[in-house]
Design a protein around this ligand. Sequence first.
Ligand code: HEC
Ligand code: HEC
Length: 241
Amino acid sequence: MVTRIFSWLAGLTLVLVFMVIISPDLFRGYVFSEDRRSSGRRVYETYCIGCHGQTGLGDGEASIFLNPKPRNFVNGQFKFFYFGEAGPLPSDDSLKITIRNGIQGAAMPAFPLLTDQEIRDVTTYLKSLREGGWVEPAPVQAAGVVIEGTTPSEIFANAGCNACHQLDQQGAVGGIGPNLTQVGSRLSVDQIKESIINPTAVTAAECPGGPCPQGVMPQYFKDRLTPEQIDTLANYLAEQK
Ligand code: HEC
Ligand code: HEC
């Protein structure tokens, strides 16, 4: 009896060892300590490959039906810079917003259920697909970079508010922060100013993707906009009812 259990266990062990050898991917998470890139690859192959393609060329199976086409990660142009990066490549923070929230008006879905770690890993992986390597964008120098513009439209566009906020009067379709089309009917000039100068003071309740994310609205506007620009913008927004 004991011998039978032993030979049964030995057989089972052999089968397991054999499976790990022929199919290491299946066991990577359990048996091997994996590096972040291979975990990123797993996220990519599970959720992104159907559109962005095996090697990141944007030529996944679904891509023929899509317009705009999925981004080509090998040598494509990026479009979404939520933190005023000069480009041509976005920061990890911008990529995180794109992946977490998706892209309105395009097939790029939101991925609310991926963990922050999974998003970091898949970001590392997709950056590794870039031909010639990935070049980190220069960090935004908060006080150093001046935002140009004197009219509300110029300031709103140049400051990048339109990347995150919908504002019908300006044709802005951002879907990250609250819709500002009627912001004047819920906030006073002073409250709007406060939101621009110190976005973490009060967190708005409802954003298009659900409860508003904290710490996503940049905190550098008080350094990069003049007091006159902030007044112009806040007064204009307060009139939108
Ligand atoms: C159903 C198809 C689809 C799936 C699945 C998909 N994407 Fe996309 N993705 C798109 C499309 C389409 C665009 C281009 C949108 C545009 O150009 O406005 C895009 C664009 C992007 C961009 C470029 C943003 C920029 O600044 O230009 C990134 C980054 C991205 N996707 C990451 C991912 C990741 C990571 C996954 C998996 C977790 C994923 N996508 C899954 C369709 C998809
Ligand atoms: C990277 C994305 C992003 C950018 C860029 C951005 N915002 Fe926001 N904004 C948010 C998010 C997210 C919230 C909600 C969370 C919060 O209140 O901090 C918000 C909240 C606000 C609110 C409060 C709205 C309400 O209903 O309570 C105002 C007003 C506002 N933003 C104005 C602006 C203006 C003006 C600019 C440009 C100078 C700007 N935002 C740029 C993401 C952004």
